[in-house]
Design a protein around this ligand. Structure first.
Ligand SMILES: *[C@@H]1O[C@H](CO)[C@@H](O)[C@H](O)[C@H]1NC(C)=O
Ligand SMILES: *[C@@H]1O[C@H](CO)[C@@H](O)[C@H](O)[C@H]1NC(C)=O
Ligand SMILES: *[C@@H]1O[C@H](CO)[C@@H](O)[C@H](O)[C@H]1NC(C)=O
Ligand SMILES: *[C@@H]1O[C@H](CO)[C@@H](O)[C@H](O)[C@H]1NC(C)=O
Length: 254
């Protein structure tokens, strides 16, 4: 995946990625192309990934992050439970699963925390822990040019399947539903909770749990997007501006 792609898409989506400290509400359609990509997370024996989701389908990819030397994190909803699969670059692997009937269209909070040799997968009040030995390398998981993919992966024009540590992730059912409040505790000497930056996306939902259905004020072909702050009009592909893409070039003169 080229740097150019990241930079170009960065320019396209800045409109909804610039919300302070919180990731916008993503309503993912679960179509063949839907995904969102966030800035990467490095994983070490002292880090965390948290997100909130709701869905009415029992299966769907929540998150995937690819690392060097065949390592990865895959978090998915399968049969109504949340399943985590991790492989470290030193070959150590772990699978955890928790929760049931989570496809009830209610919000559920998932967190993965790495604390020394103990990895915990938590969904609401249920959790499972397992042992994952990072060995002596402090930075056991180095992002391989990858972003944190949420809901699915970008298409094969941007992604080289053979370069993924877990190529089968591409064929996982895409997530359909809503995801919000993604946060990281990144590897650093002073761990702090940060919201990653939304860098690119496709297939944001345009129906259901969609503020855009009832409140779409976007005119002139502006694209309505769901955010935590309510519907937002993306006027980039129109020649209009303003909050509702209703201000034309002529109007702006007056
Ligand atoms: C990946 O493997 C190579 C060769 O074994 C090694 O030199 C390198 O340090 C490894 N990188 C990581 C991040 O583990
Ligand atoms: C997301 O975070 C905001 C602000 O902290 C909070 O008000 C909201 O309830 C959270 N959403 C979910 C689904 O947890
Ligand atoms: C986490 O750390 C990695 C590697 O240092 C960095 O590339 C990434 O931008 C950081 N992400 C956040 C959300 O701070
Ligand atoms: C956008 O539309 C809303 C709802 O119709 C209206 O209240 C608001 O004033 C409009 N804003 C602009 C800048 O046109």
């Amino acid at each position: 995946m080229g740097t150019c792609w990241v930079l170009c898409t960065l320019l396209l989506v800045c409109g909804i990625s610039c919300i302070n400290g919180e990731t916008p509400l993503l309503s993912l359609q679960g179509t063949a192309n839907s995904y969102a990509a966030f800035s990467s997370l490095s994983v070490c024996p002292n880090s965390q990934l948290t997100l909130n989701f709701k869905s009415h389908l029992p299966n769907g990819l929540l998150a995937y992050m690819d690392y060097e030397n065949n390592s990865f994190i895959q978090l998915k909803l399968e049969g109504g439970a949340v399943k985590l699969r991790v492989r470290l670059s030193n070959g150590n692997t772990l699978k955890l699963s928790t929760g049931e009937n989570l496809h009830d269209w209610r919000w559920h909070k998932v967190s993965i925390s790495w604390s020394q040799k103990v990895t915990q997968l938590k969904v609401d009040n249920s959790f499972q822990t397992g042992s994952l030995d990072f060995g002596s390398t402090p930075d056991a998981m180095v992002p391989s040019n990858s972003l944190l993919y949420v809901g699915g992966l970008p298409n094969l024009k941007v992604l080289i399947l053979e370069e993924l540590s877990l190529p089968t992730v591409y064929y996982e059912p895409r997530f359909s539903g809503a995801i919000v409040n993604i946060s990281y505790i990144n590897c650093s000497s002073t761990p702090t909770i940060t919201a990653p930056e939304l860098l690119s996306y496709d297939g944001l939902r345009t129906s259901e749990d969609n503020q855009c259905t009832d409140e779409n004020t976007c005119e002139n072909g502006g694209r309505c997007l769901n955010t935590n702050n309510g519907p937002y009009c993306d006027c980039k592909y129109t020649s209009y501006g303003g909050a509702n893409c209703s201000v034309g070039e002529c109007d702006q003169i007056f």
